[in-house]
Design a protein around this ligand. Structure first.
Ligand SMILES: [Fe+2]
Length: 278
């Protein structure tokens, strides 16, 4: 089974800055003839507040002539408590209504794919605990299938034992809970987006993949991090094991967020990395 993971398309009818990369991405996906497409979030520029952004983006996604599973990103349903757009029931419900479930499982003969809502991790909500319960059941019921997990946010940026990274990765407490579960259930892959960089690594026996965005990279406005500042996608080939490949797509225009941040995300103060937005 070949899965194409696309991520961070940041589409919008009113802020069309990155829309030009949708057609070449869709064409590239069609040429690849995958069995499944998984979008790991930030489908829209501002679905967290603007319904039209979600409707417009979901409509484009549905035009792909391949089965698509999608997960929300911080710009689709909001993010950390105390931020300008905290994730909440209204935003999650809007996603569920307009795009689809915010977490899911998908089974083949040999594999169980699990999609997680990573925006609620660490916000100490009932929703977060419900998802952990659901995840444990999903892992426990995989039976003989191998397990691959997809989510918007990476588990960590620089190291599995790092502290709070603010905006960029899962908080330490839920990160440890996830890593313990991944070890217990021998999870083969955790694939994410969010960082707008391509990177691969491992933790214990779990492969870690950051798929590059198709919309834009982030330039010097943000601190340097691991991974390559490229635009593209990831291809995951599942047989008895998983082989993941990060692909740079030359047909994509190399937009850089720094050039348009004031127009696209004007609430993000330049001087505060925690509020910088990708
Ligand atoms: Fe993003």
């Amino acid at each position: 089974m070949r899965i194409i993971q696309i991520t961070d398309t940041h589409l919008s009818p009113s802020k069309p800055h990155f829309n030009a990369n949708w057609s070449p991405l869709a064409q590239w996906v069609a040429d690849q003839k995958p069995d499944l497409v998984i979008h790991t979030g930030d489908l829209s520029v501002d679905g967290a507040d603007i319904e039209d952004d979600l409707a417009f983006s979901a409509n484009l996604l549905n035009q792909l002539s391949v089965q698509v599973l999608c997960l929300p990103g911080n710009h689709d349903i909001g993010h950390m408590p105390g931020s300008a757009q905290p994730v909440n029931a209204t935003r999650i419900d809007r996603w569920r209504e307009m795009v689809g479930p915010d977490r899911w499982t998908y089974d083949t003969d040999k594999w169980r794919l699990i999609g997680l809502n990573s925006l609620i991790l660490g916000n100490d909500s009932l929703e977060e605990e419900e998802q952990f319960d659901w995840l444990e059941d999903a892992l426990g019921e995989a039976e003989t299938r191998q397990i691959a997990i997809f989510a918007h946010k990476p588990l960590f940026v620089d190291a599995a034992d790092e502290g709070e990274t603010g905006y960029w990765s899962v908080r330490p407490t839920p990160r440890k809970r996830l890593l313990d579960l991944f070890e217990e259930y021998e999870v083969a892959l955790h694939a994410s987006g969010h960082l707008h960089r391509g990177w691969q690594g491992t933790h214990n026996n779990t492969g870690l993949v950051w798929a590059p965005a198709s919309s834009f990279t982030v330039g010097d406005m943000e601190r340097d991090m691991p991974g390559e500042r490229i635009l593209g996608a990831a291809i995951h080939t599942l047989t008895d094991r998983v082989k993941s490949e990060i692909v740079e797509i030359d047909a994509l225009s190399r937009f850089v967020l720094d050039d348009v941040i004031e127009e696209v995300y004007p609430r993000a103060p330049k001087a505060q990395p925690a509020e910088i937005t990708a």
